[in-house]
Design a protein around this ligand. Structure first.
Ligand SMILES: Nc1nc2c(ncn2[C@@H]2O[C@H](COP(=O)(O)OP(=O)(O)O)[C@@H](O)[C@H]2O)c(=O)[nH]1
Ligand SMILES: [Mg+2]
Length: 368
């Protein structure tokens, strides 16, 4: 890195919120949004709402998928149910994600955080091609961290806790991004039980054993119980790579600690994810270049043979500019809008408040 870039502003961090429906993703986004606004000086984030089906977002999104696709129209047009409609809407939006990225990059110098709120149902984002494309596109552009939102009051049962952690684990291995476990709703249920279980698998196993259904009628541990016991050993390794914070999106508790974890995640991204990404890129570029060289060599060989056989042929085989096909490339009528950048098509404009331009010397011709 040279001196000019090291003195310029740090790149913003993208925070992708992921979690089960109702875990509180949107409320969390709203909470961190208001926290960033309340800083001194304020640091308003750049927010993307990727949930096409939400009727009300508690925050002001800069880019809202609902401005681009109407998921109810998509359902009608493609004969889909709600989940198919949401997924298809997200797919359609993803085809325009280069525009979104362009808008984000334009703001990269002025914002510190870019926040993505994902659709309510977790699998729509985590198990779809679009989710992967969006995640990879953002992560290859700016430092990115996954905030995995957990409904703490609903994960107090050891079996539920474990399945939630396994899901988190699958997302970590899929995205390979820095990962923060956010135990939400601590105003209802403190998250210390979860930290205890994560730090010491024996505590988890003890909780498991004391739960009803841990033993069968003969007093032997049930199959489920033994399975979860062994899985807790596997997860122990996974927990070591994670940061966990407890927050209440309702009261704002723990949000400061969350942002401290985000700073740690930025370093992790720079030290671990970025070098890996660059290595993958270099490999891909090299294999592309090899393929190009190979076909170029073959082309040159073919041309040489051709010229030997038919010396005048090349003259007749030239490109004719008259024949140029000037079809515009069809970009459809879908365009991404940044709500914070002036009016957009379809926006309601209060004409009663529009000013007259006094300085425009217009001379209307008088009748007669
Ligand atoms: N008590 C409490 N409720 C919360 C908290 N965060 C979210 N909720 C509630 O959880 C429900 C689901 O939240 P929402 O943000 O829509 O979840 P999403 O589907 O993950 O986006 C709403 O009724 C929220 O009011 C919290 O920290 N404490
Ligand atoms: Mg939501």
């Amino acid at each position: 890195m040279d001196a000019s870039t090291s003195t310029s502003k740090k790149k913003p961090v993208a925070i992708i919120t992921i979690g089960m429906a109702g875990a509180g993703k949107s409320t969390f986004v709203q909470r961190i949004n208001s926290y960033l606004h309340s800083l001194d000086p304020p640091s308003p984030p750049y927010i993307l709402n990727l949930d096409p089906a939400v009727t009300h977002v508690p925050f002001e999104a800069n880019i809202d998928i609902r401005d681009t696709v109407n998921y109810q129209e998509v359902m009608k047009q493609y004969n889909l149910g709600p989940n198919g409609g949401i997924l298809t809407a997200l797919n359609l939006f993803t085809t325009k994600f280069d525009q979104v990225l362009g808008l984000v990059e334009k703001r990269a110098d002025t914002v510190d955080y870019v926040i993505l709120d994902t659709p309510g149902q977790i699998e729509i984002f985590t198990w779809s091609a679009s989710g992967a494309i969006i995640t990879d596109a953002v992560a290859s552009s700016i430092p990115t961290v996954v905030a995995y939102i957990i409904d703490t009051p609903r994960t107090t049962a050891p079996a539920t806790f474990m399945s939630n952690m396994l899901y988190a684990c699958s997302i970590l291995y899929k995205t390979k991004l820095p990962f923060i476990l956010v135990f939400n709703k601590t105003d209802v249920q403190p998250h210390n039980f979860a930290l205890d279980w994560m730090q010491d698998f024996e505590e988890f196993q003890a909780a498991l054993a004391s739960h009803s259904g841990a033993r069968d009628s003969e007093g032997e541990p049930t199959y489920m119980n033994s399975l979860m016991n062994s899985m807790s050993l596997v997860l122990d390794e996974f927990y070591k790579h994670l940061k966990a914070v407890g927050v209440s999106s309702m009261t704002g508790d723990g949000i400061k600690e969350f942002f401290e974890a985000v700073e740690g995640a930025r370093t992790e991204y720079e030290n671990e994810y970025m070098p890996e990404l660059e290595r993958a890129r270099a490999l891909r570029d090299k294999s592309l270049q090899d393929a190009k060289n190979d076909s170029m060599n073959r082309l040159m060989k073919d041309l040489a043979v051709d010229q030997e056989k038919n010396p005048g042929g090349a003259f007749l085989d030239r490109w004719d500019p008259e024949e140029e096909n000037d079809d515009d490339d069809d970009d459809g009528d879908m365009n991404i809008v940044d709500r914070s950048e002036g009016p957009w098509p379809g926006q309601y404009i209060d004409v009663t408040r529009a000013r007259r331009h006094e300085d425009e010397a217009i001379n209307w011709p008088r009748p007669g």
